[in-house]
Design a protein around this ligand. Structure first.
Ligand code: FE2
Ligand code: FE2
Length: 140
């Protein structure tokens, strides 16, 4: 039971981060300027919904486990220039991967195998994001 409580707390932190990431990407795709800004709008805009889908999954799972999902997003403060935005996002995506890696282990310890598999699928999404951003940054 102690396992489950810690798992719910961790999932709520992940949920806050996903809500924050969705808002961050909305902000960045609306405020980015210049030619690079146009490119950023194009590839990052679908991720607003992508991160929100992760949030929806987490909120439902928290309730299923007997918890209460947070309504408070993590507050991220975006750099103004496009390259700064990309570096910032790259760091967040890598942190998310590490958080989900730990959460998948916690889920397994709590006997939540379906959750573990789903968290690993989210890791696949976040890894693709991180690699895409890294590819763009290498060419800048
Ligand atoms: Fe996400
Ligand atoms: Fe992501």
């Amino acid at each position: 039971m102690a396992d489950r409580k810690k798992l719910i707390e961790g999932l709520n932190q992940d949920l806050a981060n996903e809500l924050g990431a969705s808002i961050l990407y909305l902000y960045q795709t609306s405020t980015a300027t210049g030619y690079d800004g146009e490119e950023l709008r194009e590839f990052l805009r679908p991720e607003i919904n992508g991160e929100l889908q992760h949030a929806i999954f987490l909120a439902d799972k928290i309730v299923a486990l007997g918890g209460k999902p947070t309504t408070t997003p993590t507050q991220y403060k975006s750099p103004k220039d496009v390259k700064g935005m990309l570096k910032y996002d790259q760091k967040l995506e890598r942190e998310a991967i590490e958080n989900y890696r730990m959460r998948a282990m916690q889920a397994e310890e709590a006997g939540e195998i379906g959750l573990k598999v789903k968290l690993e699928e989210i890791i696949v999404d976040e890894t693709a994001h991180a690699e895409q951003i890294e590819r763009i940054l290498r060419g800048m």
